[in-house]
Design a protein around this ligand. Structure first.
Ligand code: LLP
Length: 417
């Protein structure tokens, strides 16, 4: 496994851009999430350049990493945002993002969330059921507004990814089936308070091949053509997110090829392209740094007990995700062995990596790579563990973009009887 761009060893120290990660650990402690500004910028720019002057938007999926500084950076670069809650909308606005560049996804939006989004003036609601359409129409009518709508269809395509992050199969809870979509469009078209502007789908995450994206788009375009014949003309197709990244040896298509493959068939139809990428913008821009507190050898395994745990980074425990683990300083005092890198949480599922060949002594520090997406955002306070700090690196500068929680923060909303 090679290192992601903007991470490199300078002599024996692992750097993010021009800063040694051991310096970040000294200054801010561990566990901490560290992000490369240049890596986020490069990935976002690749999307924007590939879209070029084709009408549409790159709406970063806020759920992947919602730190305000990350959103601020992306907003400045020209990103739109894909949100799934009123909370994410508030973050986007607080970070300087524009409401009219926001699309609101999610399988079940609440009335208050619809109100907040209508009042802010978002670009589009991605709606997933007729029941949701009925509520949205009611809310829009009450406010005297018109809600711009795209229907999320479920194209029934196998994304060939982990079952927990596959969303475009008929058996999943997401979207409106192709059979019912036509009727649902007729309903939107005929209902006061709703205005049809697009169609969307999102078939899953961490896809490493183009074929499922193309199949899904073909199916969506069949429906677009049928709707047009019926006089319902759409402005855009939102192909969702889902482009995979390299964690180990995956070979996902690059951003440019992916965007080109999708915008090609839309150009002829005069349709705009919207995308909702999350992971492919931030995953490999981030790392979780942690310290080895103890080494423990049993009959079966060598365990390195580190100060980051499943509450900080859930992906290995939840999806058996493999994420690379590298030392912040190369340790040449001891020989390499196979280690299980585990946290202090009281669960056997609490591991960051298994069977990793590393030369380790207690006190060494490690980086879990590819942790910029679905890392901090999925952190919890399980075992009353304060959530980690977040630091953004910009060249040779370190910026603390989220302070480490304190224990007092954790029970400040609780009351004794
Ligand atoms: N749009 C919609 C409607 C989504 O549900 C998602 C992700 C995205 C866009 C962004 O997908 P991306 O480009 O990041 O693949 N926690 C899991 C991933 C869950 C993805 C959920 N939806 C993980 O750690 O692998």
């Amino acid at each position: 496994m090679t290192l992601p761009p903007f991470f490199s060893y300078a002599s024996s120290s692992l750097n993010c851009e021009s800063v040694a990660l051991s310096q970040v650990a000294d200054q801010f402690g561990t566990p901490s999430y560290v992000y490369s500004k240049a890596a986020i910028t490069e990935a976002m720019s690749a999307y924007l350049n590939a879209l070029g002057d084709h009408p549409g938007m790159i709406c970063y999926a806020v759920k992947a990493n919602s730190n305000l500084a990350v959103l601020q950076l992306l907003a400045k670069l020209g990103a739109g945002f894909d949100i799934v809650s009123a909370g994410e909308l508030a973050r986007v606005l607080a970070a300087g993002g524009r409401a009219d560049k926001v699309v609101f996804s999610g399988v079940a939006k609440k009335r208050e969330e619809m109100v907040a989004a209508l009042e802010a003036g978002i670009h589009c609601f991605n709606v997933e059921s007729v029941a949701e359409l009925e509520l949205l129409a009611e809310v829009a009518q009450e406010l005297g507004k018109e809600a711009p709508v795209s229907l999320r269809v479920n194209p029934d395509v196998d994304a060939k990814t982990h079952p927990y992050i596959s969303t475009g199969l008929a058996e999943n809870k997401f979207g409106i089936s192709m059979e019912h979509a036509y009727q649902a469009y007729a309903f939107v078209h005929a209902t006061e308070g709703l205005r049809v502007i697009g169609i969307d789908c999102h078939i899953g995450s961490q896809l490493t091949e183009l074929a499922p994206f193309k199949d899904a788009l073909d199916r969506v375009l069949d429906l677009v053509d049928r709707l047009r014949e019926a006089g319902i003309v759409l402005e855009h197709v939102d192909a969702g997110g889902g482009l995979g990244v390299r964690y180990k040896d995956e070979t996902p298509p690059d951003i440019t090829d992916y965007v080109r493959a999708l915008k090609g068939p839309l150009a002829a139809r005069g349709l705009g392209l919207m995308l909702e990428p999350g992971r492919s913008i931030v995953a490999n821009a981030g790392t979780l740094i942690t310290q080895v507190d103890f080494l423990k050898t049993t009959e079966k395994h060598n365990f390195a007990l580190v100060d980051a745990a499943m509450n900080d980074l859930l992906r290995p425990a939840l999806y058996q995700a493999w994420m690379d683990i590298k030392p912040l300083e190369v340790n040449s005092d001891v020989t390499e062995k196979a280690w299980n890198i585990v946290g202090p949480v009281c669960e056997t599922g609490d591991f960051l990596g298994k069977d990793r060949r590393l030369a380790l002594s207690a006190g060494d520090r490690l980086a879990v790579l590819g942790a910029g997406a679905y890392g901090f955002v999925m952190a919890s306070n399980y075992n009353t563990r304060p959530r980690a700090a977040e630091i953004m690196i910009d060249g040779d500068q370190m910026h603390l973009v989220r302070e480490r929680e304190t224990v007092a923060d954790l029970f400040k909303h609780e009351h004794l009887l």
